[in-house]
Unconditional design. Sequence first.
Length: 86
Amino acid sequence: MERLTQHTSGNRTIKLGDLFNISGTRLMVKELFILNSQTYITYDVQNQEGLVIESVDKFITEKDQYFNTVVPNPIADAVCGLRERQ
């Protein structure tokens, strides 16, 4: 398993810690990883227990209209080292 700090597909980029607002419910990206040549995302859903795990391609397809709601998490950027790579 390879862990990622971000994933880009087409013109969509997802980073660890990104917050999405899906119809008033917030999702926070917790992990991005590659397993058996497939890229997955795990995210925390506001007011729900546990993490959701799904294919990152499915996430991007089903939540494409919400990418304009993304709030980058500057703390996650610093912790994951994303700021240094940009």
